[in-house]
Design a protein around this ligand. Structure first.
Ligand code: SDX
Length: 391
């Protein structure tokens, strides 16, 4: 502490704002959106109802829901000029690089979003409506398939699945088991108070940058392997364990010697949850249900359960209160739904979008000041410049 600055690296003990959106209790493993438990919402609500709840504060009436849902349905088309940007990417581009760029580009297609006093609801609808469409472009191009246009007769999640998996050569029928699994996953990812990417969205928005630029910054922060990128890392880790003979204790040991091995068990640990991540509990159960219903037998699920068992009985993890987090089992379900590993963090972004929007909107409504933390300076003291010829 020097004078007026208290150093708090990673903001582990800093409250950045007051918020009425999401309540989480890391000790009890409780997560609620606007006072509703995620257990209740995941079991009974649709993702768009939860999006409305997070953004506008209340569950929508039938009339409010119909208006909201129809507005989204009628804005799923993306400006065709966005394809020029999209086609400039190498086919090997990671879908998150594409997503953050195209979301940022939306500020150029909707310049009135720069108007700090302008109507933000139409931009909220555009983001919710167009993110899934944009997300599927990367997948289709990576497969060498034509992209699909959205279809207005389909609901939100079936429309996404259709754009992802339909091919011009045959009829694509949405499997209700797949749609229901995705509904649960998107709801569970919808918000999580002041996590890294949400804090990024708030910080960028606090300078009065437009909503598209703010959300694009959130996509970039989410991509990191320590944050939303962990769901891709988990599957790659589980695949490596499987290829290596499935000996989970070897990897638990490697994680315990992280200092020397530099290895972390992705999908474990959390800054706030010092108990089971309540989302992980629901996703783990959903993984068994969905794979059972789809008749998918994924050996990686058994490896994940074995790894969880080994870690939760190990002093290193118990002492540090490292439990499976939201990213540990989600990839196993995405994979069973036919979604490739490099699209997992995009799925996280589609789920987290309403939360980012809600937090950005609250930050604006609360007129939060521009975010500008201080530092403790440790650099050189004052010194004279030495001309190049003398150096
Ligand atoms: C998400 O914040 C959110 O809400 C995020 C999120 C959301 O919904 O927005 O919940 C989504 O990002 C979930 C987390 C996904 N990330 C991972 O699964 C990556 C692996 N996890 C870790 O890197 C880590 O646990 C973090 C990043 C999640 C949290 O890091 P912290 O709070 O800064 O904790 P830390 O790195 O200081 O670890 C504390 C100790 C350390 O050991 P010591 O130095 O005390 O000896 O625990 C160890 C760490 O080495 N540790 C791990 C570990 N995570 C922490 N050791 C092995 N494997 C791990 N996964």
């Amino acid at each position: 502490q020097t004078g007026y600055v208290t150093l708090d690296r990673g903001y582990k003990n800093t409250g950045a704002t007051k918020s009425a959106i999401t309540f989480l209790d890391g000790e009890q493993g409780i997560l609620q959106y606007r006072g509703y438990s995620i257990e209740d919402l995941a079991a009974k609500a649709s993702f768009l109802e939860v999006a409305y709840l997070l953004i506008y504060g209340e569950l929508p009436t039938k009339e409010e829901y119909s208006k909201f849902e129809n507005a989204i349905r009628r804005h799923t088309l993306v400006n065709e000029d966005m394809r020029n940007i999209f086609n400039g990417f190498p086919v090997s581009a990671h879908p998150m690089a594409v997503l953050s760029s195209l979301v940022s580009a939306m500020s150029a297609f909707y310049p009135d979003s720069q108007d700090e006093k302008g109507d933000v609801d139409k931009h909220i609808v555009r983001l919710l409506a167009k993110l899934p469409t944009i997300a599927t472009w990367s997948y289709k191009r990576g497969m060498g398939h034509p992209t699909n246009y959205p279809k207005n007769e389909l609901d939100y999640i079936p429309n996404f699945l259709h754009m992802m998996f339909a091919l011009p050569v045959e009829e694509y029928k949405v499997d209700p088991v797949v749609a229901e699994a995705l509904n649960i996953l998107l709801i569970l990812h919808a918000d999580h108070e002041q996590n890294c990417s949400t804090s990024t969205v708030r910080l960028v928005g606090s300078s009065q940058a437009n909503i598209y630029s703010s959300i694009s910054a959130g996509v970039s922060a989410l991509w990191g392997p320590l944050h939303g990128g962990a769901n891709q890392e988990v599957i790659e880790m589980l695949e490596a364990i499987k290829a290596d003979g499935g000996d989970v204790s070897k990897y638990v040991d490697m994680a315990k010697n992280a200092k020397t091995t530099g290895f972390r068990l992705f999908g474990f640990g959390h800054r706030v949850y010092k108990n089971f991540d309540p989302r992980a509990k629901i996703i783990k159960k959903a993984a068994d249900d969905v794979l059972g219903k789809l008749g998918v037998n994924d050996p990686v699920l058994e490896i994940a359960k074995g790894l969880e068992e080994a870690a939760l009985n190990d002093e290193y993890f118990i002492q540090r209160k490292l439990y499976p987090n939201v990213d540990f089992y989600s990839g196993i379900i995405y994979r069973a739904l036919g979604i490739p590993t490099n699209m997992f963090t995009v799925m996280f972004a589609i789920g987290r979008l309403p939360g980012w929007i809600a937090q950005w909107k609250e930050m604006r409504e609360q007129k939060e000041p521009i975010g500008r933390p201080r530092q403790i300076y440790t650099g050189a003291t004052l010194r004279e410049f030495v001309p190049l010829e003398n150096r």
